[in-house]
Design a protein around this ligand. Structure first.
Ligand code: CTP
Length: 448
């Protein structure tokens, strides 16, 4: 018989009445043996998780629970708990049953919803913990005590030294949590945000034109807020909210749905602004090219955080195209060719960037704000229908194949043929040339 204890988050969540799906077990002795004993009991598989740390996992399919067994850190369970991050996570209970082991007052901190770090050495041991603090605040709605705030502020700069993928994992959980705004505010106040997303905190005190009532940082958080609201208002704002919801729920990458990744778009879409800010002679503030620069910055940031390529491209595309719909508002009513060009340009984020542009617009007040918002939302409603069809059916093809067209016109394949095919595709989408004969005739005219 080995000594084993349930430790950490599972006990915290149990005290909170939250659903427990992941259980960590610390084992004094051989984790394999303890894992196999449980596996036999629950008739689930047991397998080795890591060579280095000797961790084992058991899947209990009956309760849909994952059990992870790791070697005890230190000579006793108390020593193990003392090396953990926060009091609410420094809890243990014998796996075989028994009383809660709570050397640091974790249970009472759970009850008072307090985040209390286990001293400065907790942050020295693992600099990522300073980011875990606002992540727990965002997920649980807890708040740090004054001493923890002080220690977190002091440890914040070293958070940047944690591995990019670990930072991204915590950021992800923070940004998709119900309390994302509060968590980000806390991370900013304590200097943690500055360490892990300096591109975002650089938006502080960047003043905008009179259309904006907030600096770029506050505007950005308001966009995130509006983005979360827009997701809740889909039915009111759009015609086919169920279809949008289905698309947003689809997984994108990095264990994120498209809706969750969209929150990063809201957060990062304006990071190109500080470097592109300019004041015209008439006093107007401009940020020419911040969309383009922002896309590049998103790419760099994603490489630093070791995100997937797919995530980087998704957020990059949102950043690059977040202004397009706003410009089109002045060109209403749009013809089918303009709708085509909007979708061609913004795909594969045509649905999401349409939503983001609404959140961005709703976060902006100032002169003629209400009217402008109304016009924007009307156009978004219209374009959303087209975007949903485009997403489901894919882009329309030209009614004639490239090699056939080249033969008909007597031209060589090359950039010119590519341009013609793009024109034909647009004409097909617009209903102007839907048959092969019409397409060839149009191509001849364009060539002439
Ligand atoms: N832990 C820690 N320091 C870290 C990571 C983890 O002290 N940097 C400890 C904590 O005791 C934590 C446990 O390991 O409770 C498990 O970590 P993790 O699974 O990341 O978090 P949980 O607390 O289980 O939270 P959640 O279930 O929400 O992931």
């Amino acid at each position: 018989m080995t000594d084993a204890w349930i430790v950490g988050g599972a006990l915290r969540d149990e005290l909170l009445g939250r659903e427990v799906r992941d259980v960590d077990v610390a084992v004094a002795g051989d984790p394999e043996q303890a894992a196999r004993e449980l596996a036999a009991k629950v008739r689930g598989p047991a397998f080795k998780l890591s060579e280095t740390f000797g961790a084992w996992r058991v899947i209990d399919r009956r309760g849909d629970t994952v059990w992870d067994f790791s070697p005890l850190q230190g000579a006793s369970i108390e020593e193990d708990l003392a090396q953990r991050d926060f009091t609410i996570n420094a809890l243990a209970r014998p796996l075989a049953g028994g009383d809660l082991i709570d050397p640091t007052g974790g249970r009472s901190d759970v009850e008072s919803r307090t985040l209390r770090v286990l001293g400065p050495q907790a942050y020295e041991r693992d600099p990522l913990r300073a980011l875990r603090l606002p992540r727990f605040a965002a997920e649980l709605g807890f708040a740090p005590d004054a001493e923890t705030e002080r220690l977190t502020r002091a440890a914040a700069p070293s958070t940047a030294s944690a591995a990019g993928e670990r930072i991204f994992l915590e950021l992800r959980r923070l940004v998709i949590a119900d309390g994302a705004l509060e968590g980000l505010q806390l991370a900013d106040r304590l200097g943690v945000l500055e360490a892990v997303l300096p591109e975002l905190t650089a938006l502080h005190e960047v003043d905008q034109s009179d259309y904006h009532h907030l600096d770029v940082y506050d505007h950005t958080l308001e966009v995130l807020n509006q983005q979360i609201q827009v997701e809740r208002r889909l039915e009111e704002l759009f015609d086919d909210s169920a279809r949008i919801e289905r698309m947003l729920e689809a997984p994108l990458s990095d264990e994120l749905t498209r809706a969750q990744a969209l929150r990063f778009g809201a957060l990062l879409h304006d990071i190109g602004k500080p470097a592109t800010r300019d004041v015209l002679p008439n006093g107007r503030v401009t940020f020419m090219g911040h969309d383009k620069l922002g896309e590049r910055m998103v790419g760099d940031l994603c490489r630093r955080l070791r995100t997937s390529e797919r995530f980087a491209r998704f957020v990059g595309s949102l950043t690059r195209h977040h202004l397009v719909l706003g410009f089109l508002v002045h060109e209403r009513p749009l013809d089918r060719g303009q709708v085509y060009r909007y979708l061609r340009r913004t795909a594969p984020t045509e649905v999401e960037v349409t939503l983001l542009s609404c959140a961005d617009r709703l976060a902006t007040r100032g002169r003629k704000g209400e009217e402008a918002t109304k016009a924007h939302l009307e156009l978004a409603r219209e374009l959303m229908e087209a975007a949903l069809d485009w997403r489901e059916q894919g882009p329309p093809g030209a009614p004639v194949r490239g090699d056939e067209l080249a033969a008909e016109l007597g031209i060589e394949p090359g950039p010119e043929l590519g341009r013609l095919l793009a024109e034909l595709e647009q004409a097909a989408y617009a209903g102007e040339a839907t048959t092969r004969a019409q397409a060839v005739a149009l191509a001849r005219r364009l060539l002439a």
